[in-house]
Design a binder for this molecule. Sequence first.
Ligand SMILES: [Fe+2]
Length: 169
Amino acid sequence: MTTTLHASPDNRRRTFDAAPFTASAPLAATLQDVLVDLLELHAQTKQAHWNVVGRGFRGLHLELDEIAATAREAADEFAERMRALGATPDGRSDSVARTTTLPEFPAGRIEDARATALVLGRLNTVGCVLRAAFSAAGDEDPATGDLVNTTLQSIEKHAWMLRDRLAHD
Ligand SMILES: [Fe+2]
């Protein structure tokens, strides 16, 4: 069956409105995977922010809070992107703990060099997840690809700064 897009050749008005774009199940699952890792990254960097000790305390304390803010804001963007595409984000703490790919963060006070190394590792992992998400999302939804890219740039900038901190400690 063919449908008529325009009323006539000299009139560009459509005869009907376009249907909304909705995420496929694999795209929705990809966005959910990114969401839980960003929420976990936020929780872990806050944990480190509160418990870091050592000579580099002040600077690292502040830098960890910047990373936490990046993760929180990006998580919000991904959750809202899911809603915009007709998917339903699940940010419940139980869901995050059950499905995140990030290793568990240790309890208690933590020396600055160890905190730096652990958070750097988490950033690298989130970077891998985002790169995989770009491959999964890019063709189906370039706008989601843009969000993935923007987030990846921020995550990798934070990783660079922590790497440099470790190299010169
Ligand atoms: Fe704080």
